[in-house]
Design a protein around this ligand. Structure first.
Ligand code: ZN
Length: 316
């Protein structure tokens, strides 16, 4: 009775590991640890600790765990299970498959974080029943996974779905990729934060100034609260981001003609205004015929899309 699988979401700031029932996608138990500013060796050690903690909490016998899947925020070699490059984690050429298989003695599969989150939504989330859809995650960056005829589309070099780097303003803002005018430089969480901080620096008043004094960071919930209080600086930044994001989504509808677009990530979850405005603008901008047939909805598994999808990587 090998009904369970371990799913790991290795992100830029945290590791989330979960014990998943592979029959129905139920998350039995999870464990979480931070990854910030750690060296590669420590990150591997911390992955092992997080998994062990999740197994311990779930009280599932190892004999019933049939596979481990890991979705990492970076470029991966799926065949050999290597994390090739994850600049945010300071990890390069880490043999995740080999290391985890040696430690746990369970077959291990490695994928990209956005890919596994899309897989999770396809198997047990908002994508159930759809064969052609796009999952778009708005976070520190903007990533997407494409499902084409029921399969994850990888592209010629395995980089299909880099929606964060479609150009929405030719010659515009500098992006982390080195290019100019990419969607990510306008509509990601980092772009919104930059815009707000820029306005504050120019002397505009915002509630966020107080938030920063208290906690030093701006969380999605802080932005939602600021909007509720009628903060104009935050309203302008979110509205601008929505303008660019909807242009990106309308382009996806026109180009790919999907049945469904699934939107995820902290900003989408926390800020209804951002989600609602983006959806409205997207339908207004896309070509009428494909727009009529494209549904837009939020992720169903929310924070668990990644671990559920990673746990299903063994299915290929
Ligand atoms: Zn870019």
């Amino acid at each position: 009775m090998n009904n369970y699988s371990i799913g790991i979401d290795l992100g830029g700031t945290k590791i989330l590991a979960g014990i998943i029932d592979t029959e129905n996608g139920t998350v039995i138990e999870t464990a979480k640890k931070r990854t910030k500013k750690l060296e590669a060796d420590f990150i591997v050690q911390r992955i092992i600790e997080t998994v062990e903690k999740a197994i311990c909490k779930a009280q599932v016998p190892m004999s019933q765990i049939s596979s481990i899947g890991i979705g990492a925020a970076g470029q991966v070699d799926r065949v050999n299970g290597i994390l090739i490059s994850a600049p945010n984690l300071n990890c390069f050429d880490v043999e995740l498959k080999k290391i985890l298989e040696e430690h746990f003695n369970i077959p291990t599969f490695v994928g990209n974080d956005v890919e596994v989150a899309t897989l999770g939504e396809m198997k047990f989330g908002s994508g159930v029943g759809y064969n052609n859809f796009v999952c778009i995650f708005v976070g520190t960056g903007i990533g997407s996974g494409i499902i084409c005829d029921g399969k994850h589309l990888k592209g010629a070099t395995g980089t299909a779905g880099e929606i964060g780097h479609i150009i929405v303003d030719s010659g515009g803002r500098l992006c982390g990729c080195g290019g100019h005018g990419c969607l990510e430089a306008y509509a990601s969480r980092s772009a919104i934060e930059k815009k707000i901080l820029g306005s504050i620096k120019k002397g505009h008043k915002s509630i966020i100034t107080e938030t920063l004094k208290e906690s030093g960071v701006i969380r999605s919930k802080d932005l939602a609260d600021a909007l509720d209080s009628g903060d104009e600086i935050v309203l302008n930044a979110i509205t601008e981001a929505s303008e660019y994001l909807s242009s990106g989504l309308a382009s996806v509808i026109n180009f790919y003609n999907p049945e469904l677009i699934i939107l995820g990530g902290g900003l989408m979850e926390a800020i209804d205004f951002f989600y609602d405005l983006t959806v409205k603008k997207t339908y207004a901008k896309a070509l009428a015929v494909p727009a009529l047939k494209t549904k837009i909805m939020k992720t169903q598994l929310k924070d668990f899309s990644g671990i559920v999808g990673a746990a299903m990587l063994h299915q290929g």
